[in-house]
Design a protein around this ligand. Sequence first.
Ligand code: SAM
Length: 345
Amino acid sequence: MAVPGKVAAFRLPPLPTIGDIIKLYRLKAQKQLSQNFLLDLRLTDKIVRQAGELKNAHVCEVGPGPGGITRSILSAGVEQLLLIEKDPRFIPGLQMLSEAAPGKVRIVHGDILTYKMEKAFPKHLTKNWEDEPPDIHIIGNLPFSVSTPLIIKWLENVSKKDGPFIYGRTQMTLTFQKEVAERLTANPGSKQRSRLSIMSQHLCTVENCFVIPGQAFVPKPEVDVAVVHFTPLVQPKIEQPFELVEKVVRSVFQFRRKYCFRGIETLFPESGRLKRTEQLMMTANVDPTLRPFQLSMSHFRNLCNTYRKMCNEDPSLFVYNYREDLKQKKKTNSLKSTSQPEQTE
Ligand code: SAM
């Protein structure tokens, strides 16, 4: 139990040195797995501060690795810390940390992409969605190859109020490649505005907290890294199913340099495409000559609401897949050309 007035009432063993880490994890060989570690405790403290007040909180750290961020979380005086780490080489070091903070740490050797977050925390911490966020936080510095698919999965969980959001509006503090963080937080008109901007901002308040220069990591990654904080919104800005919003947003950004109608028309099968595209854009009040990055959240809301109505009228519309259709047409055309009789002179 935490000692009142004190944040952390235990002594953690020293962090492994850079030399230890290089020996243990053969870093050169691991470079392709983007294992970039943070061993500067001032920086890990700064990341953890972005999560907010953690005293007596329940925290899940994803990908703790050698435990830099883990130490900062424990020093913030959390009640319980769940660590989910995929690489077995890190488990003994994490066990040492756990022994230094008795009763606080639970270590799971597993993959965060498949781990069932619905059972990760005690049920009594659950808050109503409309209330303040629960005293539960997710924090992590994951490889870039994992953090983007993971945030998409978690945004879907936010929209369905399941996974880690079964407990309410659980907050997340995660690192991303700087460019991805810029996309997550980009405003209309910005060059970085993309599918990720709409998908994240229609469901969460997204804050680009600060940039960590590449040289702060061991080994140094090719790119800079940014810390992003997410708080799920009480009321999503687009009140339609995740799959429908995803489909509309993906279609709009399919041709990001062209006028937006070019992407929007791919929502419809070839027969009647032009008429339906005009109908959608007029009803949604979207100027077809805007570029995708210029569309505001209310443009996307109108597009999704109108597309939903059109799908209700014609349920075959939602299953229409432009890419599949193109592939089929190409296949049929190539079959036709190979079965053409040879021309004789
Ligand atoms: N958090 C540590 C730090 O900041 O020094 C380690 C960061 S390193 C970039 C990413 C960590 O995530 C590694 O420890 C790696 O083994 C772990 N990891 C990678 N994929 C994972 C997954 N799918 N589930 C859980 N952990 C994962």
